[in-house]
Design a protein around this ligand. Structure first.
Ligand SMILES: [Zn+2]
Length: 440
């Protein structure tokens, strides 16, 4: 059993020991940021949460101020790139990353020291090893190798295990497919969207990924995706999908599936403390209840997240609901969408994932985009779908519109896009925009 674990002692640590370890690490982290981060020192002074004033984990959960994304950005903007947040001299950085930034907001920028980066890689190794990657494996790493963190940490996590990352940054989709056909590549790291895009491109090229490549595993991350999307990927590739999840603010992966049939994503609880709170009251919710995850990172000296409000919806389950033997709790079904993507449309709760779920049940739909706009004073979904070249648009638009109405409760306007007209994505698909005057 433990042979499938990268860090067996940590992954099977009894819960009481785990909580004691979390508190020891957190206490050290509080000392460190209070001494070295102007941002955190001011917050902790104001909240009466100086290191000696926080009595333990329960006191921390009850009183330490939540940290919002807007506060992070504001702290960085006081003196770009890293502002008052960093707790070590940025000249000690050996990496730097930033988010793409959206709707006029500045990006979140972050860096790692050499010590941080060793932790970051080990976190990824923990997840990749659980999914079955072993020394000697050739693994295609599919993303742009730019400023976005993407799979940077995955690249180094693979090396840490003893596998070979193949950096396909400068390859286009066709070159990536040729590589998989020609070489003994057993796994691919990519987003769910890009796994589907490669499958589409392979079909155009007359390549059957299931029989003409030796890929057995796709490690996906970066986007919440419905079960249907995963089924489509597994069928097209004739390979298993395993999921990991992290975020730029943490610098690495924080949770992972433990193998085939995993009920969710185990949180690496020795290295990150996760709480789940009600999005409205911000009080803790129990096991099995949907809430927003709030994270505290324990492994980086450069930039630390203390009670960071992630906006990710999750449902937490106790560890023993999974048969793998790990003592780390898991999020059932992974990340379930973002709290800031939820809208109320004519009284119906809406999330963009609902449209994806419907779209993935239409194999003839190649790509889609959803816009929420005001039409004649009514909130209205305008969905553009791009069918494959064989499918006539009119009938498809009618059937698709009816399915969306059934799933969401409101009738959308469905438009048919020309082949190739909608954007394609390598990382972080953006398929939803709220363009109402009071939207976003
Ligand atoms: Zn498990």
């Amino acid at each position: 059993m433990t042979s499938s674990m990268w860090r067996p002692a940590a992954e099977t640590m009894p819960r009481a020991e785990l909580h004691a370890l979390q508190w020891r690490k957190l206490a050290a982290q509080l000392d460190h940021v209070y001494a070295s981060s102007a941002f955190y020192r001011a917050r902790m002074d104001a909240a009466g949460c100086r290191p000696h004033e926080v009595a333990g984990l329960a006191d921390y959960f009850a009183r330490f101020p939540l940290l919002e994304r807007s506060e992070l950005i504001a702290a960085e903007q006081t003196a770009p790139p890293y502002g008052s947040l960093a707790a070590v001299d940025p000249r000690l950085a050996i990496t730097r990353h930033q988010t793409s930034g959206s709707s006029g907001q500045p990006p979140i920028r972050t860096f790692d020291t050499a010590r941080d980066w060793a932790w970051v890689a080990d976190m990824f190794a923990t997840g990749l090893y659980a999914l079955g990657i072993r020394p000697g494996d050739q693994v295609a790493v599919v993303f742009g190798y730019g400023m976005f963190i993407g799979f940077w940490a995955g690249h180094y996590g693979l090396q840490r295990i003893g596998a070979t990352p193949i950096p396909t940054g400068a390859f286009d989709t066709e070159q990536r497919i040729r590589l998989l056909c020609e070489e003994d590549v057993s796994a691919v790291l990519c987003t769910p969207t890009y796994a589907l895009r490669m499958a589409q491109k392979a079909r155009e090229l007359g390549v059957d990924l299931a029989t003409e490549t030796r890929v057995e595993l796709l490690v996906v991350t970066g986007e919440p995706h419905p079960r249907r999307t995963r089924d489509l990927i597994e069928t097209a590739w004739g390979a298993r999908v395993g999921e990991v999840a992290g975020m730029t603010e943490a610098g690495t992966l924080l949770m992972f599936e433990c193998g085939p049939g995993a009920p969710g994503l185990h949180v690496i609880e020795t290295d990150v403390i996760e709480e789940v709170l009600d999005p409205d009251t911000r009080e803790p919710v129990g096991y099995g209840e949907r809430g927003v995850r709030v994270m505290t990172t324990l492994g980086r000296e450069s930039v630390t997240m203390l009670r960071y409000w992630t906006n990710d919806f999750v449902v937490r389950r106790p560890h023993d609901g999974c048969a793998c033997g790990r003592t780390w709790d898991y999020y059932e079904g992974g990340l379930l969408g973002r709290a800031d993507d939820v809208r109320k449309i004519r009284g119906c709760l809406f999330t963009p994932a609902m449209i994806e779920d419907v779209a993935r049940s239409f194999p003839e739909i190649v790509e889609f985009q959803t816009v929420l706009d005001t039409v004649g004073a009514l909130d209205t979904l305008i969905i553009t779908v791009e069918p494959d070249e064989r499918t006539p648009g009119d009938a498809l638009a009618r059937r698709f519109g009816a399915e969306v109405k059934r799933a969401v409760g409101v009738t959308p306007i469905v438009r048919i896009g020309e082949p190739g007209s909608l954007p394609r994505f390598e990382m972080k698909a953006k398929r939803f925009r709220d363009v109402r005057a009071n939207g976003e």
